[in-house]
Design a protein around this ligand. Structure first.
Ligand code: SAH
Ligand code: SF4
Length: 400
């Protein structure tokens, strides 16, 4: 994996790297005559699996296939997941012939380009990473008190089209594979100034629409002999994909679950989250209730406050009715402005009043003012991620 170059770029320069602003059609007068056009491109070779996306058992199987002793699998795992080797050649205690075979079968380089970085004055850093097929994704490093959280993407784009979400607006490109998910951690860890202690799946995409790859990545990140992020320090966030919540309840994984609720009834929720038409709130809350009972774990409900839309006292009261029976926590997020959505965040006084109403009903609630200025302020996802970090640090309203 190439080293990630620290590069502070202006938003416009970043935008120029994204697929959205990529090649517009050339003006008609610049087009080549038909006979001078190059031959059609050859069909692309399928990409090799990324080494970062294999579990220890898969390395064992691969080594058995290469007629290698089992300890080689452990060596490879350590080189990758502990020492974060960025080339096969770095694995000096592995025979050259085996290294050649590994290089033939697996890619160790997840990103084709250096990462572009935006930094904010409060230490938040956003990385734009270019996948091997040119798709670009973002990961965000969020320092907070004595911890450091990495917000990672599970998909390039998202098909769920929530009205207030910048990623949803861009549509869906593709699922990320486990190596690309773990690779985000490796890239971020290489540039982070502090050890990354937490991972939240709150970047681009819906984790439960890429369930198998996300869970595999969680298991790799969690492995004690590798990156070793504790399961309780990882948070999966879903917009309400009920089958995903049901499956997670059976995984025996101690990960945290966040559910993006954002409204206290079907009428409002369906206006901003199309997913609510597929899995309405009765089904969603039943799945959450079942998850809590089966796992004994508490769910965090994300609630983005939009002025005049979902921040009235009756909305808070309905929210309390919904989540109190399952001891749910609430993470309040003042809406981060996005161009295509005409809602605005309530003023902080109003956000605090909403939070206090929940607190009075003995709901565990977090709310954090945005400190973001400059380059990061434009990015809704980025701002949200910082709030998520506050939530995972369990900073109470009174402490902010
Ligand atoms: N797809 C998953 C995870 C990625 S989105 C989900 O929806 O939960 C992570 C969080 O960002 C979600 O809670 C989402 O609702 C929130 N979000 C997206 N755009 C936002 C905005 N403009 N302001 C505040 N929160 C936003
Ligand atoms: Fe997708 Fe989550 Fe954005 Fe909705 S909020 S569009 S589910 S990334």
């Amino acid at each position: 994996m190439p080293p990630v170059r620290k590069k502070v770029v202006k938003p416009a320069a970043v935008a120029a790297q994204t697929p959205k602003s990529a090649p517009a059609k050339p003006p008609a007068q610049e087009q080549q005559p038909a006979q001078a056009q190059p031959p059609p491109p050859k069909p692309q070779q399928p990409l090799k699996p990324l080494a970062w996306g294999l579990l220890p058992a898969e390395w064992k199987a691969a080594c058995a296939e290469f007629r290698q002793p089992a300890f080689r699998a452990k060596q490879i795992w350590k080189w990758l997941q502990q020492r974060r080797a960025i080339s096969w050649d770095a694995m000096t205690d592995i025979p050259t012939a085996l290294r050649d075979k590994l290089a033939e079968r697996y890619d160790i380089t997840a990103w084709t380009d250096d990462a572009y970085e935006q930094s904010a004055d409060d230490g938040v850093r956003k990385l734009l990473l270019c996948c091997r097929d040119g798709v670009r994704i973002e990961s965000v490093i969020i320092p907070a008190r004595d911890q450091s959280t990495l917000c990672i993407s599970s998909q390039a784009g998202c098909a769920f089209g929530c009205a207030f979400c910048a990623t949803g607006k861009c549509g869906f490109e593709r699922n990320l594979d486990p190596g690309e998910i773990v690779g985000q951690f490796v890239a971020a860890a290489a540039v982070a100034t502090r050890r990354l202690t937490h991972v939240v799946f709150m970047g681009m995409g819906e984790p439960f629409a890429n369930y198998d790859n996300v869970i595999k990545a969680v298991r790799i990140l969690n492995d004690f002999d590798g990156i070793a992020i504790g399961a309780r320090r990882m948070t999966l966030s879903t917009c309400g994909v009920v089958p995903g919540i049901e499956r997670l309840a059976t995984e025996n994984l101690q990960v945290e679950l966040s559910v993006s609720l954002h409204a206290p009834n079907d009428e409002l929720r369906s206006k901003i989250m199309p997913v609510n038409k597929r899995w309405p709130m009765s089904e969603l809350m039943a799945a959450c209730d079942n998850y809590t009972r089966t796992t004994g774990r508490v769910i965090t409900f994300e609630y983005t406050l939009v002025d005049g839309f979902n921040n009235l006292p009756e909305h808070a009261d309905r929210l309390i009715e919904l989540i109190k029976p399952m001891r749910g926590r609430v993470n309040l997020i003042p809406l981060s402005p996005v161009e295509h959505f005409d809602g605005v965040a309530p003023d902080m006084e109003s956000c605090e009043a909403f939070a206090r109403r929940l607190q009075k009903a003995a709901i565990n609630v977090t709310l954090r003012r945005s400190k973001g200025k400059g380059v990061t302020a434009a990015c809704g996802q980025l701002r949200l991620s910082r709030l998520a970090a506050a939530a995972s640090a369990q900073i109470p309203v009174s402490d902010i």
